[in-house]
Design a protein around this ligand. Sequence first.
Ligand code: NI
Length: 174
Amino acid sequence: MLLDILKYPDKRLREVSQAVKPEEIHSFEFQRLLDDMFETMYAAPGVGLAAVQIGVLKRVMALDVGINEGELIKRDPKVVINPEFTLQVGEVVWEEGCLSCPDLVVPVKRAQYVVVKALDREGKSFELSGEDLMAVALQHEIDHMDGILILDKLSRLKQDLYKDKVKKGQVVVR
Ligand code: NI
């Protein structure tokens, strides 16, 4: 089922999401939430979606940065529950967009390579590592879980310009 993606300035986007209880992962409702999150993310389209973006304050994301296979990009869906960084190294500046901040691209300084420990959709512990887009997407979605948006990475002046644009209804929502 397609879910509505919350958009700035929705206050729920500022909430800190709570850890998912391991016993909750196998429930029908939670598994359906995961399916709905992927459907919503692919439809948007986006490469990552944190549950808070559809109004569920749980530390879970749908992620798919794809795998390059020649000219094709193959799907590579990852469910990432209760993620924790175990390594963040290097530095990269990435031009980021966000499904919750339409019409906004922000150059954000991130770690270039990260390793994350998390639970998968079966509740099993696994490690996910990646550089560049994968690293950036993980950091972006974990920011969402802590109520942080790419808007916050802008200078105060540019933040005010965007807020003003939103207020005047000049932001183009896809
Ligand atoms: Ni986002």
